[in-house]
Design a binder for this molecule. Structure first.
Ligand code: ZN
Length: 276
């Protein structure tokens, strides 16, 4: 598998909210996505970053607050479809999109990917599907980003078919063999959003990547087991689970320093891996 780490746009937010003891300054949070090129399944994506639809969907109040809280910068060349073109790929070449969770900065390009299967944990979307629009804001949900044929193209992870992971993945004990060939293992990373899914993916050179989405905003949080400021807890459906997941990632990082652990919004990490 060939793995490319990319990003589509970024937002800015205060560092001291993203990590306890962080500086009182605003920093960039790139909206990372990954291109995974599999010898049999072809090109696939992990998440999609931002698209211009984010701006359309946050024009009116109260969703405009979303934009104010996390101001977004996005250029034409950042769009997923334009970045795919630099790899000689068209949207119809993307066979699967693995969705970590349904927040706007992860799904904003789904409507551009009209041929892909969507793979995600069922509880990532089940609570949102029948949500009254008045509840959207509380759940950071921009329903206009969900393609109209989303359900018919969804291949939800079958939670009854978990696999026991070897000691190599400890403390993560169970996962999901998403393509059936063990090339991509999904694991649940509870706390930040319902049904948040991380991926273990090994590249063609044998390097193991662990995409952990928003289980931590900064790599430093994982390295030092340092959570966000307490005020961020109001954003999480389960702050206690968030803390436990972060502790597991910290333990995993200490015991598997060779694995490339990639949080979706850590600028330092994304820059390091984006280098060609
Ligand atoms: Zn998120």
């Amino acid at each position: 598998m060939k793995i490319n780490i990319l990003h589509a746009g970024y937002c800015t937010a205060p560092e001291h909210i993203a990590i306890q003891g962080g500086r009182w300054r605003t920093i960039r949070f790139p909206a990372m996505f990954a291109l995974l090129r599999h010898p049999k399944f072809g090109a696939m994506l992990f998440d999609t970053g931002y698209s211009y639809r984010f701006f359309d969907e946050t024009k009116k109040f109260p969703k405009r607050f979303y934009r104010w809280m996390t101001p977004v910068t996005l250029h034409e060349e950042d769009l997923v479809v334009n970045q795919l073109a630099t790899f000689d790929l068209r949207p119809q070449d993307i066979s699967h999109v693995f969705i970590s969770h349904i927040h706007a900065d992860h799904i904003a390009s789904l409507p551009d990917l009209g041929w892909s299967r969507f793979v995600y944990m069922p509880h990532a979307f089940s609570g949102l599907r029948n949500l009254p629009p008045s509840e959207d804001m509380k759940n950071a949900f921009l329903r206009g980003l969900i393609p109209s044929d989303f359900d018919s193209r969804s291949h939800e992870v079958d939670m009854s078919k978990s696999v026991l992971l070897s000691e190599n993945y400890a403390p993560f004990k169970t996962g999901y063999n998403l393509l059936g060939d063990e090339s991509i293992i999904g694991v649940e990373l509870p706390g930040h959003a319902n049904g948040q899914m991380g991926l273990f993916v090994r590249d063609e050179n044998g390097k193991l990547f662990f995409f952990v989405a928003d289980a931590a905003w900064l790599k430093q949080s994982i390295v030092e087991n340092r959570p966000p400021h307490k005020v961020a807890n109001f954003l999480f459906p389960d702050p206690e689970a968030y803390r436990e997941t972060l502790g597991n990632l910290h333990t995993y990082h200490l015991t598997h320093p060779e694995t490339h652990v990639i949080p979706s919004h850590c600028e330092e990490t994304i820059r390091e891996y984006e280098k060609p």
